[in-house]
Ligand binder design. Structure first.
Ligand SMILES: C[S@@+](CC[C@H](N)C(=O)[O-])C[C@H]1O[C@@H](n2cnc3c(N)ncnc32)[C@H](O)[C@@H]1O
Length: 255
């Protein structure tokens, strides 16, 4: 595809297999086309490796965090489980929302919690709301430990941000979906990989090996879940598409 932005004429020309499209630059469609490329170039340039939350690196696209905040405010979970802790930024982000809401706590699972990260998380202002579990997210002992920390009747939201292979995400979905309460979600993050097979830092196998495929296959096997992008809580624009690293990620428990 070839995109040509003419800032003098205020047009965007898109040429591809579907033909040639000339659009006003200041249009919703032009925004979506530019945003798609912005997300790809930004991923390659490690834009999501430039943020922190309350002092801890958070490896996320800020829009994904604001959208997740919209869901957390709406669902008000008692427990948020996240696989993939890394430096702890996202865990602390979720914990800070729980603190602000006066409700909820978080469980973070990682195959390796490096000592400096553990020290920083356990010494953080949000530490009292965080439980860390070290182990592979799909190991039966890890899953059992996480399950044991959830009390009957609690509302649970699960975010999967560990190993992003299709198989691992499929295994995580099977392991954790039973904890998710109706109206809440299990989220297979980072499916943007499917669009990154041709960027310099991408891998050719990402055309098929990605979390979005695992989420779609899971939904086909589990009719109690639907792939459903949470609706925006506020929108005074004509725009409808998320700028996201998490396409097709949100699986809502419908019953
Ligand atoms: C993308 S990082 C997580 C980023 C973090 N959620 C954030 O937003 O800052 C992925 C993490 O998953 C962990 N990981 C990889 N394989 C795993 C597995 N099988 N089980 C649990 N964690 C795993 C890695 O150790 C790494 O810390």
């Amino acid at each position: 595809m070839k995109l040509t932005i003419d800032t003098d004429q205020k047009t965007l020309v898109c040429e591809g297999v579907a033909g040639r499209e000339e659009l006003p630059l200041y249009s919703d469609r032009a925004f979506d086309l530019i945003a798609e490329q912005w997300v790809k170039v930004g991923w390659n340039q490690r834009y999501s490796y430039t943020f922190s939350w309350m002092g801890r690196p958070i490896i996320q696209l800020p829009e994904d965090m604001v959208r997740t905040q919209e869901v957390i405010y709406r669902v008000k979970p008692d427990v948020i489980i996240e696989t993939g802790v890394a430096h702890g930024g996202s865990l602390i982000f979720y914990a800070s929302l729980c603190k602000a809401l006066g409700k909820g706590r978080v469980i973070g699972i990682d195959i390796e919690i490096r000592p400096p990260n553990r020290q920083a998380i356990e010494g953080h202002e949000m530490a009292s709301l965080i439980t860390l579990i070290e182990g592979s997210s799909t190991a039966p002992a890890t899953v059992a430990k996480a399950q044991s920390l959830v009390r009957p009747g609690e509302t649970v939201l699960v975010l999967l941000d560990s190993n992003h292979t299709r198989q691992h995400v499929a295994d995580e979905l099977e392991a954790y979906h039973g904890l998710v309460t109706p109206g809440s979600y299990i989220v297979a993050t980072d499916g943007i990989m499917k669009d990154l097979h041709d960027v310099p830092r991408g891998q050719p196998e990402w055309t098929w090996d990605h979390p979005t495929a695992a989420a779609a296959e899971f939904a086909a096997r589990h009719p109690e879940f639907a792939v459903e992008q949470p609706s925006w809580a506020f929108n005074e624009s004509g725009l409808t598409r998320n700028l996201t690293h998490w396409p097709g990620a949100w699986l809502r428990r419908v019953r």
